[in-house]
Ligand binder design. Sequence first.
Ligand SMILES: Cc1cc2nc3c(=O)[nH]c(=O)nc-3n(C[C@H](O)[C@H](O)[C@H](O)COP(=O)(O)OP(=O)(O)OC[C@H]3O[C@@H](n4cnc5c(N)ncnc54)[C@H](O)[C@@H]3O)c2cc1C
Length: 375
Amino acid sequence: MERREVVVIGAGPGGSAAARAAALAGVVPLLVERDPTPGATSACGGFAGHALRRKLDLPDDVVEREITRTVLTIDGQPFVYGGRKPHYVSFRRSRFDTYLAQRAVKAGAELATSTRATVLDASARRLGLKDLRTGAEREVEADIVIFADGPATLAASAFGIGHKPGPRTRNAIFCELEGAYGDGQTADIVLNTAYTKSYFWLFPKRDCVWVGVGGSLTGGGPPLNERLSAFIEGHDALRGRAVRHQGAGLVPCDVAAEFVCDGAMVVGDAAGLVNPMTGGGIAFALVSGEIAGRVAAEAVRARRADGAFLRRYPRRFRRTPHHLWLAAMAWWRRRLDRLPPAEQPLAYARMLRRYLSFFHHAHVLADLVLGRREA
Ligand SMILES: Cc1cc2nc3c(=O)[nH]c(=O)nc-3n(C[C@H](O)[C@H](O)[C@H](O)COP(=O)(O)OP(=O)(O)OC[C@H]3O[C@@H](n4cnc5c(N)ncnc54)[C@H](O)[C@@H]3O)c2cc1C
């Protein structure tokens, strides 16, 4: 039986951040990823605030586009946010996740790709690891397991913590269409108030455009794939382009009730840490992963793997601005959900305008304060 102090399941942003933080704090975590390369099967649009580029020191080959403008179009009426400075970045998740996993390895983590984890015995934290290339299986016992395995986390059934798909879980589908899009610096959000709580995103990449749409799993209206096809057919700039890649994913839109128990923690999507208004979750995965990784290392040093000790992680997360932001968005979302269904699409559109306007003005203010604004 192989023994490990810390095993992290999933090398998305949450898992790699956790593994890196634990490694920097002196333990050697095992980071397990079922894909052959991290991010290879991610459905994510790879769109995030520009601050992430600076924070993670993202190199040019990871960043696909710097986005200076966002255009929100509501029932054909455009609202433009942004200017000349890049406020967002787009990237491919395969490159982004691989970059983050390599940072974790550089810090001292051990990465096992093409390896699927299962929980064999939760009370002993005994995991089964299957090498998907060779079929070889091994068992590992861990002092602490960090679940960073996305919205359908193994932690929910094995440990009773983390996100459990429910009525607030949303579905999203996407396709990548060949060829450059617009000026390459503008992201589009297109909202049609005929559909409740779903809108289209268009994120330019270097040589393609990512087009996605989200919606509730149980909501009415045509299926998401029909909406996406109709949307593409209805737009001259998209119609007829070759589809390079397509897929779907779940978006957890409610924060999990429990983040920790004896010997286990959940981070990122596995903890339901996604902005319920926009579906964005990369930043929350990074922050929660980093805190959980550090707490895991402290627990190893203190020879404590009990839930009472690990509770340091949710306590510290609650003190971050990210938690405050999530709480505000959840409050806004609940207010929206309580409105009569006929009023929800317009209320949602208004909310998105306020959200983007807030973001834009916050960026302008930050640029002014930090002296980054061009004359
Ligand atoms: C269609 C779509 C578009 C999105 N677009 C954006 C966006 O533009 N910007 C944004 O901020 N957020 C976006 N999100 C949300 C974002 O993708 C997630 O919030 C983010 O990826 C969460 O990171 P994570 O590390 O918690 O989980 P994930 O990125 O889901 O990573 C989980 C990892 O665990 C691995 N794994 C799972 N089970 C196992 C197992 N049993 N054994 C081993 N490995 C396992 C998976 O292969 C995966 O690599 C989008 C989501 C969807 C569905």
